[in-house]
Unconditional design. Structure first.
Length: 132
């Protein structure tokens, strides 16, 4: 089962499709330690989870799925998938993160020369800030 969404509803629907709705609790428990956003590949069998693979989705995939990118994890190429962010601004954002550590608040990016309030407001829907 491939999932691009980590919502309980999406997982429940996927398990129902496989005829294994009774495995929902086991699958949700197995997913707890995994981070989002991700693409999950599950192979449940009689509520025993045989495989869980998690792979980070590309910036382009996240934009297409309307899912936010974690500013602490993305690379320059991912940021360039956001409308209005080119190679130069993406590099400035990554450089800022490398110099200052994880981005805990999107408004911290105001300190980046070349990223004004209008552009910051434009990209808010595509990014999220989470501190470890």
């Amino acid at each position: 089962m491939l999932l691009s969404s980590r919502t309980d509803e999406a997982i429940r629907d996927g398990l129902e499709t496989l005829g294994q709705a009774e495995c929902l609790d086991a699958v949700l428990q197995a997913l707890k330690p995994l981070r989002t956003p991700s693409l999950l590949v599950l192979t449940p069998l009689n509520c025993g989870i045989h495989r869980i693979h998690e792979g980070m989705l590309s910036g382009t995939a996240l934009v297409l799925l309307d899912r936010p990118m974690d500013l602490s994890l993305v690379e320059s190429e991912d940021l360039q998938a956001i409308p209005g962010i080119g190679p130069k601004l993406a590099t400035l954002i990554i450089d800022y993160r490398n110099q200052h550590g994880p981005v805990c608040d999107i408004d911290d990016l105001k300190a980046i020369k070349g990223l004004g309030p209008k552009k910051l407001d434009l990209i808010r829907r595509y990014v999220e800030a989470r501190c470890p």
